[in-house]
Write a protein of this length. Sequence first.
Length: 310
Amino acid sequence: MTADAIRGALPGTIDDTGRLLAGQGYVADRALSTVVFLALRMGRPLLLEGEAGVGKTEVAKTLAAALGRRLIRLQCYEGLDLSAAVYEWNHAAQMIAIRLAEAAGESDKGAIAADIFSDRYLLRRPLLEALEPHAEGPPVLLVDELDRTDEAFEAFLLEVLSDHQVTIPELGTVKAAAPPIVILTSNRTREIHDALKRRCLYHWVDYPDAAREMEILRARLPDAPARLSAEVVAFVQALRKEDLFKVPGVAEMLDWASALVELNAVSLDPGLVGDTLGVLLKYQDDIARTDAPRIERLIEEARQASRAAE
């Protein structure tokens, strides 16, 4: 696929980008649609920061589905190294090849080395895989929760983000003919280094306001009762203003709404909310803090807010 063909397959305007995402059930605000559009058209990596559960990872998943591209995900964690992120050699197969060569009387060490460090013994990990050609076009590379890694790994990423290539000492440099669409996410448990940020477009993904959260809920759960949907959104919006260790994100809101639909709820009541708080809140201290009087107050606030929005 040529560069012109790749660009032609991408959305042509910001509005087209918003509709592209919406077609997969992702409701993006204007600012997010704009930065996604620019990242696609300019071929720049996009760094999305924000609290957990606000929909950062879903941007990459949605783009891959909407564009018909393969999604390649690198889930970051403490201690992530090149063997897990880029490549490693199939050492077991190499050892077998060496023994077979010796048994066959092969004495040319250079020939043996050239064979065992050839492409057929290379195990490709996500970063290397993302640089290789794909029939459907460059893949979407998701580097998820980058803040969980260390600065040494960030430094290595600079070559991938700047030059779309990685260097394998035994084989040389592997460069992408067409760069992948790169989405990086961070929950901001630590600051990402400026050198990496300069190579990316940046966007902070915040919790949605009530109107957009309602759009999200309707897009993902269109069969949910209207009254229940309105009260769920208003309740979660009010709950995020409370003094909690971890307020619920959009993902938790959707899980909670799905659970309530499964329980055949048509509106909120204190007993049902109390019984299902573990779907919405993930820390026992927060659940304990959200006692019956607080639940009743939040339900009343939610009902008032939902009536005002009608």
